[in-house]
Design a protein around this ligand. Structure first.
Ligand SMILES: Nc1nc2c(ncn2[C@@H]2O[C@H](COP(=O)(O)OP(=O)(O)O)[C@@H](O)[C@H]2O)c(=O)[nH]1
Ligand SMILES: [Mg+2]
Ligand SMILES: [Zn+2]
Length: 304
């Protein structure tokens, strides 16, 4: 019996990397680092399906073919739906400083989703090489109080990549963002190999490269994993009551206690400390605009 982690699931097999290679009598097949395992019926009976990222117990089967069986799922810290993966520590939300320009509505949807999932966020603006300093300052300013760590990178000249790698150390990080911003390029820089297909080559070579369609934990250091995802250009708001939304905007933290009404949602109420702070330029107007627009959307949603 050994312990390990599922890095990939494909066609009924789970690819498990052992916590400690020494405990196993034989090396995995095909020179890789993972053992090809099936899951025994026990999980199906409990209605539990192993997820990529799950920590498991597994044993090698007696056949010569170095396959194994996942025999137990260890407790999960958390699990995400999109991508479907367990035991994630943080999210790396990637946008480009330009080409394509950041879309504030979409960016704020990503931040909200991560906040609702209790995932700490590194907000990474890539393609730093294309931006003027003022543009970067504006982005920094805009998300300063959004409860995220802001970072800039460029895959063209490698700036910010080493620091980013440090920020991922010892963690499992899921990557999110629209397409074309350099997600796969960054994952490739971090893993030091061409693990992911990037925009430029995708039309030319389809075969033999991994696309970002299936979920896989990529090992970028002994205990650091990253999950590339396909980019989405739209994102549904999470399932929230409109009145709950304000809790997920860290900009309001300092002020909401001073609103006249306990139940203040900071939209139309009199004596609202949050809106007063906004008027005094204490936090980003653009972020507040997203707040109000999400609030209306959640209100509308309730009606149907
Ligand atoms: N100028 C510039 N281009 C980049 C940078 N990073 C990625 N690209 C280019 O942006 C395009 C999209 O990159 P890709 O990694 O496929 O983006 P993804 O769709 O988010 O995975 C490709 O043509 C990359 O070569 C960068 O830092 N600077
Ligand atoms: Mg990609
Ligand atoms: Zn208020």
């Amino acid at each position: 019996m050994a312990r390990g982690r599922i890095l990939k699931s494909l066609a009924g097999f789970y690819y498990v990397i052992p916590d400690n290679d020494e405990v196993l009598p034989v090396a995995p097949l095909s020179g890789g680092a993972t053992y090809q395992c099936r899951a025994r019926g026990v999980f199906r009976k409990n209605g539990m399906k192993p997820l990529v990222g799950d920590r498991v117990e597994f044993e090698l089967t007696e056949t010569e073919d170095v396959e194994g069986n996942v025999t137990a799922l260890l407790p999960r810290k958390n699990s995400l739906v999109r991508p479907s993966v367990a035991n994630v520590d943080q999210a790396l939300v990637i946008f480009a400083v330009k080409n394509p320009d950041p879309i504030p509505d979409l960016l704020d949807r990503f931040l909200l989703l991560m906040k609702v999932s209790s995932l700490p966020v590194i907000l990474n603006f890539n393609k730093e090489d294309l931006a003027y300093d003022e543009e970067m300052e504006r982005l920094k300013e805009n998300y300063r109080d959004a409860g995220v760590t802001i970072h800039f990178t460029s895959c063209s000249d490698g700036s910010g990549i080493d620091e980013l790698k440090k920020m991922l150390e010892g963690k499992t990080t899921t990557v999110a963002g629209p397409s074309g911003v350099g997600k796969s390029s960054i994952v490739n820089e971090l893993s030091g190999k061409q693990a992911m297909e990037t925009g430029e080559i995708s039309h030319k070579i389809r075969r033999g490269k991994q696309t970002t369609r299936h979920v896989e934990l990529l090992r970028i250091a002994p205990d650091s994993y990253i999950i590339d995802t396909p980019g989405f250009s739209s994102l549904m708001l999470p399932d929230l009551e409109a009145e709950e939304l304000e809790k997920y905007f860290p900009e309001f933290d300092e002020y909401r206690g001073n609103c006249y009404f306990n139940s203040c949602v900071h939209v139309h109420e009199p004596n609202c400390a949050v809106r007063e702070a906004l008027e005094n330029g204490k936090f980003s107007e653009e972020r507040y605009k997203s707040y109000v627009s999400f609030f209306e959307e959640l209100k509308q949603r309730k009606k149907y």
